[in-house]
Design a protein around this ligand. Structure first.
Ligand code: ATP
Length: 312
């Protein structure tokens, strides 16, 4: 890898299909030395953005550059950017070794890189077996080996953990962290917020092609973790009045239960005691990041809540 990995810059990027924006005036930068998660529900425009970054499709407006240049203008693109897209391109009858050797030769990369990337992804022992017999996880490792052949400073990975078992997910997560720690720019898309919460240092969140958040993962998790207190009491209406006087909000859950937001359980217990209100249950609940993400992107999810119409 060259000294410092280039920065990815996306500016006002727009791509329309049949007049509908798949990517809509999207702007962000991706810095080296950390894993940046590209998060959004299905159909949000993640794959389209990555295809635009790789020059596989042309934008209607705006630009995507790597180190200041569009991908198509990079002098040695494969030594600069390694990509893992969803489609697999290995001939099933070819061994992992020959697949990589063929790629290395077609890209004029040194032969020794084949052994290096096989070691990197842990496929050394099965390098001469037919790739057609590989499990999904092994196939994914082989695709990552191919992306790493040019020792690129930038990695673009589109949904790399889709369909993998927990060990495979963990392996990819650790590899991405290692590659970022080496100073590379690692950009990885996913629709799984919990996976990104443990993998990415920084998040770019999109919905319907538009930017929703661009912030450190810790900030996203802290800002979007909501807690509330569920209180069961025969006198919920009196308790509700007391919490409103303190500036909190409540919501009725049943005839004898309310959910309170904006006040912690200690203060609610004190208010109940001062008001001589019997409390049968007091429980703090934190909504999952998944729930918050769904709410954040709800309006953005394609066809959400709509029944599929029969095609004529
Ligand atoms: N080649 C294409 N022709 C027409 N529409 C397309 C094309 N590619 C993508 N789209 C549309 O653009 C929108 C964004 O799709 P895209 O695949 O980029 O989303 P995504 O976030 O990657 O979703 P997923 O997580 O399901 O892969 C969708 O409405 C999709 O149907």
């Amino acid at each position: 890898m060259s000294d410092s990995a280039p920065v990815i810059q996306v500016s006002q990027l727009t791509k329309r299909y049949r007049g509908k924006a798949a990517v809509d005036s999207l702007s962000f930068t991706v810095q080296p030395g950390r894993v940046t998660g590209f998060l959004g529900p299905n159909g949000a425009g993640k794959s389209t953005t990555m295809q635009l970054m790789l020059g596989l499709t042309r934008p209607d407006e705006g630009s995507a550059t790597v180190g200041g240049r569009p991908y198509r203008e990079l002098v040695q693109p494969l030594r600069t950017v390694g990509a893992l897209l969803e489609a697999r391109s290995v001939h099933p009858g070819r061994s992992a070794y020959h697949h990589l050797l063929w790629l290395a030769q077609s890209q004029r990369l040194p032969r020794r890189r084949v052994d290096e990337v096989l070691d990197l992804v842990g496929l050394g022992d099965v390098a001469h077996q037919r790739a057609g017999g590989f499990s999904l996880g092994m196939g994914q490792r082989l695709d990552i080996a191919a992306a790493m052949l040019g020792d690129p400073g930038v990695l673009l990975l589109d949904e790399p953990v889709n369909g993998l078992d927990p060990a495979g997910v963990r392996w990819i997560r650790d590899l991405m962290k290692r590659l970022a720690a080496e100073g590379r720019t690692v950009f990885v898309s996913s629709h799984l917020v919990n996976e990104m919460a443990v993998t990415a240092d920084h998040l770019i969140v999109i919905g319907r092609g538009k930017l929703i958040a661009d912030c450190p993962t810790v900030a996203f998790v802290a800002d979007n973790s909501e807690s509330s207190v569920l209180v069961r009491s025969p006198e919920v209406h009196r308790l509700a009045q007391l919490v409103v006087d303190e500036g909190a909000q409540w919501q009725r859950e049943s005839a004898t239960a309310v959910r309170i937001r904006g006040l912690d359980s200690d203060r609610i217990a004190e208010l109940a005691l001062l008001g001589r209100i019997v409390v049968q249950e007091l429980r703090t609940e934190t909504s999952s990041l998944e729930d918050v993400f769904m709410r954040l992107t709800e309006d953005q999810v394609e066809y959400a809540g709509k029944t599929k119409e029969a095609t004529p």
